[in-house]
Design a protein around this ligand. Sequence first.
Ligand code: SMO
Length: 762
Amino acid sequence: MTKHEFRIVGKSVKRQDVIEKITGEGRYTGDYHLPGLLSGKIKRAEIAHARIRRIDVSRALAYPGVKAVLTHHDVPRVLHYGSPHPRSASCTMDQYILDDRVRFWGEGIAAVAAVSEEIADEALDLIEVEYEPLPAILDIDAAQAPDAPLIHDVGPGGNLVIPPVHIERGDVEKGFAEADLILEGEFSGGRPVPTYMEPNVCIADWDGSNKLTFWTSTQTSFMVRGALAEVLGLPLNKVRVLVDHMGGGFGAKQDLFQHEFLCALLAKKCRRPVKMEFTRRETFLAGRSRHPFRLWLRQGFRKDGTLTAREMKIVYESGAYGSHSPGVTNVGTASATSLYRCENVRLDGRAVYTNTPIAGAYRGYGVVQTYFAIDIQMDEAAEKLGIDPAGIRLRNAVREGDIAPSGHPVVGYGLEACIRHGIRAFDWAGKRAADRHDPANPAIRKGWGIGCEMHGSSAYPGIKEQGNAIVRMNEDGSVTLLTGAAGLGTGAHTALAQIVAEELGVPFETVSVVHGDTDVVPWDIGAFASHTTYLVGSAAKMAAAELRQRVLARAAEKLQEKPGHLEMVEGVILVQGQPDRSITVAEAMGPSRGIPAEHLVASGSYMPTKSYSFAAHFVEVAVDTETGIIECRKVMPVHDVGRVIHPVAAQGQIEGGIQQGIGHTLTEDYVIDRTTGRSLNAGLVDYKMPLSMDMPDIETVILEAAPDPGGPWGAKGVGEDPIIAIGPAIANAVYDAIGVRFHHYPITPEDVLNGLRRKAAE
Ligand code: SMO
């Protein structure tokens, strides 16, 4: 099927939820109110590492309006996965709902339910805690010291979250022996936090049959259901999880959070519904950040720029609990086998516990860190060898059929197309030859940089029905799609409706989407890994194709024709070659000729293989040599998405990723005091996200260079990709502007001024 034949796919149709959202009518979890609703709050530790010697809640319990208080004495002592992936290699089981030990400043140690938020808050201050302080481990080095005290009893020891990940291919020594140039460097990065608009929120309500109804803002409703059922000792049909609109997740809302268990337990104890809503501050204290990291990279190159060997050691800082560290460490370490092809690699990846807030899944999942280092060193090699930075990338770029980090061969390969397109469209050669000075301001130096990325979506070994959809043709010809995929605000549900309408042959407006009720919708693995359109979209397409056959069979009965002679276009069923004979879908479904009205249902289940998307980002920066401020002026992100379902939604994803990436690279860092473990900037006053005025001029290019055979009409993921290449592209552009190399993020104005001073002293 060539593109011009699409009716709905590839068009930026009006998003189904857009009016309700922009008029404030759309309901989010925080908008729900139930009769008798109580407010839950969490008492948070103000110490980084300690044993709780005594916790006295009597004054809090006696406070008027307080209905229940929970401490570690009152909750089941069950270890759970910080993230709910069932028995998954992605996560560790190292958290109690409440423990008699504190492992980071801000960890929840007790919970209160009261008739109002204010009373619950006041009651927190009445809880008396006596700590026995333990030595706090507050950085990666301290965690790895030979005599370091252990933060956890579980795990392989040495404060490692999992045994080190080791990947070796080819002959690394031989590779370095063949190199004309060997580069070695150390890299690091801070702690960006996914500042979703909607702070975490949940409501728990138990009914008389001991069934729990649980509203929550999560990417993984079925995993939340599973973890709650397991910890609470309930069968799955006694836990109903509901997710309405969400104000973002960015990976962090994959986890099953402490407050979710506590909310359910408080509601049970009070026999009244309880709501727990994070403050913005709590999203920092108790949310999930990207993993801070240390990375050492050594690579060999031939004179022509060809990579001959790569050796990398990366340590991710997990914080106090494992959360997604196993997955991040595995995915992030393996990512260094690819992007730029290299036969001889030796990689070592670790994640270590520290007494700091929890790092977890965040858009770009371990890959942001490794590609930041690899793409900066690629630029250094280009300079040393006198090769153009885009040229050295074209020489080394992964190719179709190469082994991807997942171990599968790369299919749907579009990286070279992205680089080549950007070279032309950005006028790369012209820009790089241009004057670095800005005639308008003598303090400004301009620079241009490039970064590349590939990112995998989907494929979890062993789970056969990862993507599921049920499509129903109602008696009046309207269509209902049931999906378990959460809508994070990306437009994924609209894309799913487009896919169904396209495949079925009905108008887009006649398809409505039901989601987010685990009692109603088919099982879903969760909305993460950039896979909703790819994975659930494929399942929806399968379901729609089957439903189409069933509708045509019904129409054939009515028309007394063979189903094979019929086609369905925009809700009209036509007899091929007989333009005067047609009925509408509504007529086909409704009663006539003695056939009663009925609805028809079809379902689709899909097990994907790994799919990779590709991008090259071209960036222009302006560095103010007097203030040290880096301004990202222009970005041309060139993305290969295989097949675009909704261009404006895809563009929104890309622009949002660039905004987050600029934040990571230049201003965002959640800072933990390295002597006390205290959070220094938990909130949006001191944590600097880029605002609209900080945004560059973005000229997004979406290519359909290499459709993936596993996605609907070739569509691939686009969610995580845009955050990955922008960081190194900016760092490379800064070097182009001022001749100072930075191997860390965020690159602050102080760093720039210090760098310029160092350079002047050389
Ligand atoms: S960090 Mo993502 O939601 O796999």
